[in-house]
Ligand binder design. Structure first.
Ligand code: CP3
Length: 353
């Protein structure tokens, strides 16, 4: 039995219930900007070694929660664990980003893929979730996550990161049925994976659609949103006697928030290119919003950072349904002191009466 949750403001805000103050957590809150992260990475030997070792994944997940009064922990893992489990030969070169030895380029490559069994192929993630829940002792909720099928497919087809997405877009235009087969498989794999995370103790889940914003509006609906909708629809709704909120984050998706709100998720992530007031006007009272400070504001002098954070808080306006976050992940060059300033600013904020 896990300890009862002491601070549930994240879960409440994601369901648009009132909270005493705006909850805050930060994408990539466990990462290279923290000296303790860099020390653990040194000891572990590499990024994949950290992800695949539940003790280390747990230790890293807790690092930011122990340093700052954040309102959530997010599982330390990666969106590429699913293709890693499909045996595509994943490696993270230092300073290079991810690389696959066996990228997926043809119908035959797609036909060879399989849905990994979370209980065996991704056991290290499930074990990490259970361990983190135990070690959190109910202080704050634990967020589980996965990549969107479209975003994970971009890495599988390109063989790593990309600027132009030429290979997957060639497939999208030239062999759309093949791409749909790949996305369907990824959707099924993601449903099993996230439901295993929920069963192991994840109290909210988030889909990272980092590259959905590279699509046209029609392509976004057909190749990204459709599959996120299938996933949201198939996720376990309740665990530990509470609703498990689902967050959908499409970077660059500000113009499509109305569509995102319609798929049945509880909250949408918003990047810094869309104002929260405009985002709120688009979704109305259907879903909560999470975001959206420019991550580069963490490079500003502390007074400027405070002012920018207050601007985000005020832009959302009164009433429940806002989870403070960045518009994308923290970068490695951020001073942890500035993260302390940001968390303090958001915790101290009281909306004007
Ligand atoms: O938010 C968190 O603190 C949880 C951990 C988390 C990581 N990756 C750890 C990580 C999460 C939620 C992710 C998701 C992820 N991974 C995404 C979607 C979100 C996003 O940032 O857009 C994507 C596209 C990936 C794939 C990925 N993983 C890339 C492109 C890279 C290299 C970029 C980089 O910053 O080096 C990674 C590596 C990665 N994932 C690191 C961390 C902390 C850095 C690894 C290191 O060098 O120590």
């Amino acid at each position: 039995m896990n300890a009862p949750l002491v601070n549930d403001s994240l879960l409440r805000a994601l369901l648009r219930e009132p909270t005493p103050r705006r909850p805050i957590w930060l994408m990539r809150q466990a990462g290279r900007y923290l000296p303790e992260y860099r020390a653990t990475r040194e000891r572990a030997g590499g990024f994949l070694e950290m992800c695949t070792n539940p003790q280390i994944a747990c230790e890293i997940t807790l690092q930011p929660v122990e340093r700052f009064p954040l309102d959530a922990a997010i599982l330390f893992s990666d969106i590429l664990t699913i293709p890693h489990a499909m045996r595509l030969g994943l490696a993270f070169e230092t300073g290079e980003g991810p690389r696959f030895d066996r990228p997926v380029r043809s119908a035959a490559d797609i036909a060879r893929l399989f849905v990994p069994d979370p209980a065996s192929d991704l056991r290290y993630v499930v074990d990490a979730v259970a361990l983190i829940r135990r070690e959190l002792r109910g202080r704050v909720p634990l967020i589980g996550f996965a990549g969107s099928p479209w975003t994970v497919a971009t890495y599988m087809v390109e063989g790593g990161g990309s600027k132009t997405f030429a290979r997957i877009k060639r497939m999208m235009y030239g062999a759309p049925r093949d791409l749909h087969r790949l996305l369907e498989l990824l959707a099924r794999a993601t449903i099993a994976y996230l439901n295993a995370q929920i069963a192991a103790g994840a109290q909210a889940v988030m889909l990272f659609d980092t590259w959905g914003g590279t699509l046209t509006p029609a392509q976004y609906r057909e190749f990204s949103l459709q599959y996120m909708a299938q996933i949201v629809d198939a996720l376990t709704r309740r665990a530990d006697g509470r609703i498990v909120p689902r967050i959908v984050f499409t970077k660059g998706g500000g113009a499509w928030l109305d569509r995102i709100a319609a798929i049945g998720c509880d909250a949408a992530g918003v990047d810094w290119t869309t104002g929260l007031a405009a985002a709120r006007a688009a979704v109305g009272d259907r879903i909560a919003l999470q975001g959206n400070l420019d991550p580069a504001a963490l490079l500003a002098p502390p007074e400027v950072l405070r002012a920018e954070a207050l601007r985000v808080l005020a832009d959302y306006g009164p009433g429940p349904g806002h989870v403070f976050n960045l518009g994308h992940g923290i970068t490695p060059d951020v001073d942890p002191e500035n993260v302390a300033v940001l968390v303090d600013t958001v915790r101290g904020y009281r909306p004007p009466a």
